[in-house]
Write a protein that binds this ligand. Sequence first.
Ligand code: CP
Ligand code: NVA
Length: 327
Amino acid sequence: MLEGGRSQVHAEAMRAEELRGKAMKCRDLRSDLDVSAAELGNLLELARHVKQFPNLYREALEGRYISLLFEKPSLRTRLTFELAAKQLGGDAVTVVGPIGDREPLKDVARNLDRWTHGIVARVFWQQTIEDLAHYANVPVINALSDLYHPCQALADAQTMLEHLGTLRGKKLCYLGDGNNVAHSLGLTVSRLGMDFVIAAPAGYEPRGEVWQSVQQLAEEHRVAAQVTTRPEEALEGADVVYTDVWASMGLEHETVQRRIDFKDFTVTEALMARANPGAIFMHCLPAHRDEEVTDAVMESPQSVVFDQAENRLHAQKALLLSLLGGA
Ligand code: CP
Ligand code: NVA
């Protein structure tokens, strides 16, 4: 029983209904941009409540099933979606391997939407997500593509809120490759009121069209969005220091060249000291120690990487509740 007894249980159950009732207009999560700034706030509040009171939601998706498709490896995304579906009273079925090799993608999409209530896909190309969303009637969630990793950004926002209290007026410094994780972070945190700076070696900046959207959102929300090649300067005043692998899945053949190009971008204790005192260190994982981050930083009290990993579960529960019509 909750502290405060039966009346508090009732109040929190009402709150759960209220939060689930704030339906999202979007049907899919193809990228972070499918969710409006207001919906993002609702999702984060629902994720916070689901984390605090998981039992209030344990039957919310009873009889609902999700298809999980993975063209690339996964530990966190796969397990947290499978667990989220089960802990909400539903279930998940998982397929690993290329999508659309054995039969056209449009046929795969229309098979899955006859059997399951949602499709979660990790793919090589964003176009695969777009095509799945076009042909399937059920919601499609992007579980990482070449361009975006919106589920990660959602869990990261939840983690930052837990550690920093409020995000407005805070600064996130991302060091490394201007990749899918960097794109989704930029699109998400600029709408939560954070200044965002990416320090990347020349040639590894974020993709032009995505960065344009980040800058537009930053302008709308009156925050800064910058790209630089100078890590030390980027870290000045940072409340969050974030990094990711230098060679994303599918780019392993570039690993040797990237180790050379990114050699000044390892997050070391010395670099962390350039950020604000008390700054937190974040990484979506998996981490490559002594490439993008040292073991000392990963294991330091500033590191919140396992809180991020935990919050994948809670944030994705909020997403499934919102998109699969659990209310
Ligand atoms: N961070 C993340 O998406 O982890 P996985 O690749 O293990 O799913
Ligand atoms: N940028 C990385 C993220 C892994 C979770 C990749 O795409 O491999």
